[in-house]
Ligand binder design. Structure first.
Ligand SMILES: [Zn+2]
Length: 478
């Protein structure tokens, strides 16, 4: 058989690919509960984008199925096994400050600029056109190929959840919704709340602190579990120490540590503000946690009994413990990296709840049961209870699996670059497939404009990705 020049074949469809992608991007497919209805659970915009994608597939000769507007698929080929290509038609809200209108899909300096250009409508159309290339060549396939279009990837993934309740799980597949060369492993992700109620604290039977300098009235830091908090505020009621003494000690502490913050006396109370550095919770050591830093100062005061317990556990187990070292859950994995612990939210109400909200990410070589049990035990001693808010187990496809090796080979053949495989601490859509990896569309070294203003995909990259996907589809399904 003569070898196929995939890029050349793709170029034959280039104009149609660009025009169709532009038309697709002009549909504002942002979550819109106001227009939600039966068959359009996330609103009319997303519904219209889903119909558009299905229509392009139908015209290419694929059969389609709509799963109540939560997701839909388009299929071609024949055989027992099923190759899945999972992408999403919804986009995040456009936000402000664009150089060209976010849904105009104009081409500026070789860039196709629009919300959804790289995440994920551009690559969705690239994959569909890749199938058109394969179909146009009339190549024989021994497997079925199915595009699965999700509709709320940017919010709650109800789409894939609902879809796979009734539909077939592909034998293997990829999602064009992240980076080239290939992401084959993703850490387990958990959002956890450790909560101590006032009643539970009372049952600890701690004697009242003698000679307390101040009573902690409240503390608040952070809004999201997966971010390092950059602001914290604590309110103290002075007891044996006066307001000015506490304020002076805090200012000295700030000077000595180089941290930023303020202190003020207000209505007989002292209010302390701490500033940190917010970064993504998947790599908390790069940030400065305003919440635990403020607690580190509070530990220098003699506080009331409950505050003493709260600040003690925070200081011991959470302050600068980005890998859970003091808890005894630190675990490094040569392949997938270390367990990471981020204390994203800290809250304390003197007679209400005291809590920590954590985001812990872990590699596949340590079990959730193992480390969470330790957490339950350690914090249980201080009357905190663990609530698992969210748990996504680690996702990994064996590097020697044909899915991985085939896509690596295709990537290398087309780019001339080595296809190193990547393990990440985040989550891609690939984990929705039992055997799934993320494969493109962002090429190495390109800035990632997803979710930002002036989101774009280079037209050349759109074409290149299409050619890569075309060969990938053929090699996986032949
Ligand atoms: Zn995406």
């Amino acid at each position: 058989m003569t070898t196929i020049n995939w890029l050349e074949e793709t170029y034959k469809l280039k104009d149609e690919l660009i025009a169709t992608t532009q038309e697709f991007l002009r549909i504002k497919s942002v979550l819109d509960p106001a227009t939600a209805r039966e068959g359009a659970p996330f609103g009319e915009g997303i519904r219209a984008a889903l119909d558009f994608a299905l229509d392009v597939c139908k015209r290419a000769g694929m059969t389609t199925k709509d799963v109540r507007g939560y997701a839909a698929h388009a299929e071609f080929g024949q055989g027992e096994e099923l190759i899945g290509i999972l992408s999403h038609v919804d986009v995040v809200p456009e936000g402000d400050g664009w150089s060209t209108p976010p849904f105009a899909a104009e081409i500026v300096d070789g860039k196709l600029v629009a919300r959804g250009a790289i995440d994920d409508k551009g690559p969705t159309m690239a994959a569909i056109f890749a199938a058109k290339v394969v179909l146009g060549l009339g190549l024989p396939l021994s497997k079925r190929v199915r595009f699965i279009f999700g509709t709320d990837e940017e919010s709650n993934w109800q789409c894939v959840k609902t879809y796979f309740e009734t539909e077939e799980m592909p034998t293997m597949g990829f999602t064009p919704d992240a980076d080239f060369p290939l992401i084959y492993a993703e850490k387990g992700l958990t959002d956890l709340t450790l909560r101590q109620t006032y009643a539970a604290f009372q049952q600890l039977g701690k004697p009242a602190a003698e000679q307390a300098e101040a009573r902690l009235v409240s503390l608040q830091a952070g809004l999201r579990m997966n971010m390092v908090p950059d602001k914290a505020v604590a309110t103290l009621a002075p007891l044996s120490a006066d307001s000015q003494t506490i304020i002076d000690r805090y200012r000295t502490h700030l000077e000595q540590t180089g941290l930023k913050g303020q202190a003020e006396a207000k209505d007989g109370l002292v209010v302390l503000h701490m500033e940190g550095v917010s970064v993504h919770g998947m790599d908390p050591k790069k940030g400065v946690n305003a919440g635990t830093e403020l607690i580190y100062f509070l530990r220098t005061l003699v506080l009331d009994a409950r505050a003493a317990v709260y600040t003690e556990v925070a200081d011991r187990y959470l302050h600068r413990q980005h890998g859970g070292e003091a808890l005894g859950i630190a675990h490094d994995d040569e392949e997938m990296g270390a367990l990471t612990l981020n204390t994203g939210v800290l809250e304390y109400e003197a007679e209400g709840d005291a809590l920590f909200r954590l985001n812990i990410r872990y590699p596949h070589s340590i079990s959730f049961e193992k480390w969470s049990e330790i957490l339950v035990e350690r914090f249980g001693e201080a009357a905190f209870e663990l609530e698992v808010v969210e748990h996504l187990p680690p996702h990994r496809v064996d590097p020697s699996h044909p899915l991985v090796t085939t896509l690596q080979r295709v990537y290398t053949e087309q780019t001339g670059e080595e296809a190193g495989i990547i393990a990440i601490g985040g989550a891609t859509y690939g984990r929705s497939l039992d055997v799934g990896v993320a494969f493109g569309p962002l090429f190495p070294g390109r800035p990632d404009s997803a979710h930002q203003r002036d989101e774009y995909i280079l037209v050349d990259d759109l074409v290149k990705a299409t050619a890569i996907y075309a060969q990938a589809i053929y090699e996986l399904a032949k």
